[in-house]
Design a protein around this ligand. Structure first.
Ligand code: ATP
Ligand code: MG
Length: 544
């Protein structure tokens, strides 16, 4: 694995014995939604660094905001991290540190480094100043320690309503970094918390809580996304103000953005709440739960994350690149199945009525070790609508009247005529087969230019196939809108083996793409209803 700037920092810290403790990282999701592919990048970086340096990586729920959080999300996050192939060295909840964080806040007050402010949120934000103008001190900034302590205790005891008072760090109202202009570190919220219930009505703010969570857990490297770079001075300030020995080091990396992809839990939740998708695990969703149901593999997602690396500048990656990694990973992993889209009936007029035979079909052309299966062939077959044209354009090598093509794994067939229904649509394509051309017989008499796939009509099973477009359209100017045509469902005719697919099993549908038996909608019964999700097409549009 090539080294990157995060690893360079870690190696430097190991060499200088900066921490005098083993390397420890953490993945700290806020349980307010399902994880998405952007989180997968963070997970690979956090767990990957710990693995590489023989350290630990914690899974920590950053659950300091009582209102938005839910146990449903907590459970989903664990499934998702495990699915990606990582196991945490400890499961933590930031809410377990509420008492400790509160004590630290009292210590700041005692040191004259925090004060209770009676101003409203609007007043505080109006007096923060701008990039060019310093902020204005609160009239409560010079309150005495004892008064601050008494007021803060009253805040905790529930004496005040939401928003009536806050605790602010006393840093520098003129700092060029606005985050250091006496940031609010505690607010009042009379809200039940998913774990601590009604025990607290004051909650710590992220910028105060996060460094403490890291420090309490003996984290050494707190890896986060670039938007926290300007908050790092505050991260360091909190731990220094509390004389924390050998405090953790925050390092920022670029957020992952993908074309045609909405990457924010808040907006993804809105799609779920609005019913625009079937749920957090809808196969069109960029959530880990969605891409898992879509049939992506954890190996492909990890390989993709490794390839995009840990750039220091935010950038948007072409979704085709992710699809490329999925396709590459599936190539050697799946057996092939014949599945017919827009079926057209072929009648082999010189094949004996009532007869049938089993022809061997390779499971994966590139992996002979995946073996063969036997596929029935008889007088009536289904072929893809696209593989027959009554009046073909030049260079069309598939079936048309008078033309001979190879039916893969079986025989050469020549189209003799077309039978139409009352509406003039093709009802049956009549062909003759040449018994001498049997596949595998060594026949070398003639060459044909086209090879098509087929299924035996007598034994074919109907399957539901769900094909996906992108959920979002990228608009000029960077915004995204919902694509109204992101799902199409059709019934296809499949060879019998497709009906035995296990929920979650992946296949290449020959000449069509990669598909997975939907884990939720497919029956677990042999021969029961099968619903397949399109994973990716066969052709890459990624210009790597
Ligand atoms: P969202 O805006 O989607 O809710 P978030 O950053 O608020 O994302 P958190 O639950 O706070 O989500 O994130 C947990 C970790 O995942 C954080 O360290 C965060 O920096 C990282 N992360 C979130 N989104 C991305 C992304 N698109 N690319 C890389 N890392 C991400
Ligand atoms: Mg968040």
């Amino acid at each position: 694995m090539p080294s990157n700037f995060i690893e360079d920092f870690i190696e430097e810290d190991i060499a200088t014995e900066r921490f005098a403790r083993p390397i420890c990282t953490r993945f700290p999701p806020e349980p307010n939604g399902y994880l998405h592919i952007g989180h997968a990048k963070a997970i690979c970086i956090d767990f990957g660094a710990a693995r590489k340096y023989g350290g630990r990586c914690h899974l920590r729920y950053d659950d300091t905001n009582p209102v938005k959080e839910d146990v449903e999300y907590v459970d989903a996050i664990e499934d998702d991290v495990r699915w990606l192939g990582f196991e945490w060295d400890g499961l933590y909840y930031a809410s377990d540190y509420f008492e400790k964080m509160y004590e630290c806040a009292e210590r700041l007050i005692e040191k004259g480094l925090a004060y209770v402010d009676d101003q409203s949120a609007e007043e505080i934000s109006a007096t923060r100043g701008t990039l060019t103008q310093p902020g204005t001190a609160s009239p409560w900034r010079e309150r005495g320690k004892d008064e601050n302590l008494a007021l803060f205790r009253e805040m905790r005891d529930g004496k005040y309503a939401d928003g009536e008072k806050v605790l602010r760090a006393k840093i520098d109202m003129a700092s060029p970094n606005i985050n250091l202009r006496d940031p609010v570190i505690y607010r009042i919220a009379h809200a039940a918390h998913h774990r601590t219930g009604e025990a607290w009505c004051v909650y710590p703010m992220y910028d105060y809580a996060h460094p403490l969570e890291d420090a309490i857990e003996d984290v050494t490297h707190s890896l986060c996304t670039l938007e926290f770079e300007d908050h790092r001075p505050l991260y360091d300030w909190v731990l220094e103000a509390l004389d924390w020995p050998r405090p953790p080091r925050q390092i920022e990396f670029a957020r992952l953005g993908l074309t045609r992809t909405l990457m924010s839990k808040r907006y993804l939740k809105q799609l779920v709440d609005d019913g625009a998708v079937e749920g957090w695990d809808d196969p069109r969703m960029p959530t880990i739960a969605g891409i898992r149901r879509r049939g992506y593999t954890p190996e492909a997602v990890r390989a993709f994350c490794e390839e995009i690396g840990v750039a220091k500048a935010n950038s948007t990656v072409d979704i085709a690149m992710l699809e490329h990694f999925v396709r590459e990973d599936l190539k050697a992993r799946c057996d092939s199945r014949n599945v017919i889209f827009d079926p057209v009936k072929v009648v082999v007029t010189n094949y004996p009525e009532g007869a049938s035979e089993l022809v061997p079909m390779e499971n994966n052309r590139d992996c002979p070790e995946r073996g063969e299966r036997l596929v029935p062939f008889s007088r009536e077959l289904w072929i893809d609508g696209e593989d027959f044209l009554e009046s073909p354009p030049p260079k069309y090598f598939r079936l048309f009247p008078g033309n001979e093509v190879r039916f893969k794994g079986a025989y050469f067939l020549t189209c003799t005529d077309v039978v139409k229904d009352a509406n003039g649509r093709v009802a049956e394509v009549h062909c003759t087969y040449d018994p001498l051309t049997k596949s595998g017989s060594g026949f070398e008499g003639r060459k044909v230019k086209g090879t098509i796939h087929w299924v035996d009509a007598a034994t074919a099973v109907p399957v539901t196939v769900r094909e996906y477009g992108y959920l979002m359209n990228d608009e000029e100017g960077g915004s995204q809108t919902l694509n109204p045509d992101s799902l199409s469902v059709r019934t296809c005719m499949a060879e019998p083996a497709a009906a035995e697919a296990l929920p979650g099993e992946r296949f290449q549908f020959f000449r069509h793409g990669y598909y997975v038996a939907d884990a939720k909608l497919s029956s677990a019964e042999p021969g029961g209803a099968r619903v397949f999700n399109q994973i990716v097409g066969l052709k890459s549009s990624w210009k790597g």
